[in-house]
Design a binder for this molecule. Structure first.
Ligand code: ZN
Length: 333
């Protein structure tokens, strides 16, 4: 199986001169079967230097683009301070995030991706989209965005700019809010794909683990998980239509039952899709740690699913010899 990872290069100690450490880590990873990396950009000094070091070990790299981090001036969802207080009081979080309905979202995403391809196209395998969605589904419904673009869209379709509590119960309102959000994000992804195709590069993405609904998402705090399609991340259709080339699912569960439920859903959704599915799994994430035996159990399940590739998330970006042994074993299967 092809082994991909997400990386933040958090292992680098000497930030002024990271090249030797990058080189050594990529050699170790390559020797143990890792052949592709999605690199988180805010924590690395220089993308070219990073790609060169990976390339020396035979590892390919996708530049990881997160709208909130990479857009020069992201159009943020407009929430009143009163609503933010209520969000914190009832949900324990203050979550804003860019508004994908705003025309600036698409414009700036294309600008950022275009610049990456122009500046680093010679050393990159492709672009990796992360957080290509709106904020958490439940919070978005509870606290609708009040930006100019969202207000104008509601004015057009409903005749009001901001919904009342009663409006938010109407099926027609709920449907159209989601349809508008999904359309805008899908159009942005499709336009980015045109850029990567023109550049001869791949477009990959980190996909929400929960697509529509599953047993794990309704207990508080639910804001960290899903479901994707209510957040405007209709990745099953993106994969089917081939407007992304590779989909890596963020299936980091420490509960094996949830992990399997989600993976089976992902396999079903991607049957016959144009995009490649790389089932995801985690060593360590915000959901907890999968010890080596739990990690191996997941690797085995992915292997048995018939997947040709997988993608590993490991928060500290370092792998102990036990994990490396497992990774190497499955890279050779
Ligand atoms: Zn908005």
């Amino acid at each position: 199986m092809k082994i991909k990872i997400w990386d933040h290069a958090r292992f680098v100690v000497n930030k002024e001169n990271p090249y030797p450490e990058l080189k050594a880590m990529f050699r170790l990873l390559a020797d143990n079967g890792v052949s592709h990396i999605h690199v988180y950009l805010p924590e690395i000094r220089d993308l070219r230097e990073y790609c060169m070091a990976a390339g020396e070990a035979g590892i390919t790299v996708d530049a990881w683009v997160n709208p909130a981090r990479e857009l020069p001036n992201p159009p943020m969802r407009q929430i009143t301070e009163e609503q933010m207080e209520e969000m914190y009081r009832t949900q324990g979080i203050r979550l804003k995030g860019p508004c994908p309905n705003h025309p600036e979202y698409k414009r700036q995403m294309l600008e950022v991706v275009g610049n990456k391809l122009a500046d680093y196209g010679d050393v990159l395998n492709g672009i990796h989209l992360d957080f290509i969605r709106s904020i958490n589904s439940m919070l978005a419904e509870m606290f609708p965005c009040g930006c100019d673009a969202c207000r104008a869209l509601r004015k057009k379709y409903f005749g009001f700019e901001m919904p009342t509590d009663k409006d938010r119960q109407m099926h027609s309102y709920i449907y159209k809010e989601h349809a508008i959000l999904n359309r805008h994000i899908t159009e942005t992804v499709a336009a980015i794909h045109q850029l990567t195709v023109q550049a001869g590069k791949q477009l990959s993405m980190a996909a929400r683990s929960d697509y529509a609904n599953s047993a794990d998402i309704w207990e508080k705090p639910v804001w960290g998980i899903g479901p994707a399609v209510l957040e405007g991340q209709d990745w099953a259709d993106w994969g089917a239509d081939g407007i992304v080339d590779a989909i890596n699912t963020m299936n980091y569960h420490t509960n094996f039952e949830y992990f399997m439920d989600n993976m089976k859903t992902h396999l079903r959704l991607m049957e016959g899709a144009k995009a490649e599915l790389s089932p995801g799994l985690a060593v360590q994430s915000s959901m907890g740690i999968n010890e080596p035996d739990a990690f191996e159990k997941r690797m085995q399940a992915i292997y048995e699913s018939g997947a040709k590739s997988l993608c590993i998330f490991c928060k500290p970006d370092t792998y102990s010899p036990e994990y490396l042994r497992i990774i190497k074993k499955y890279s050779e299967m």
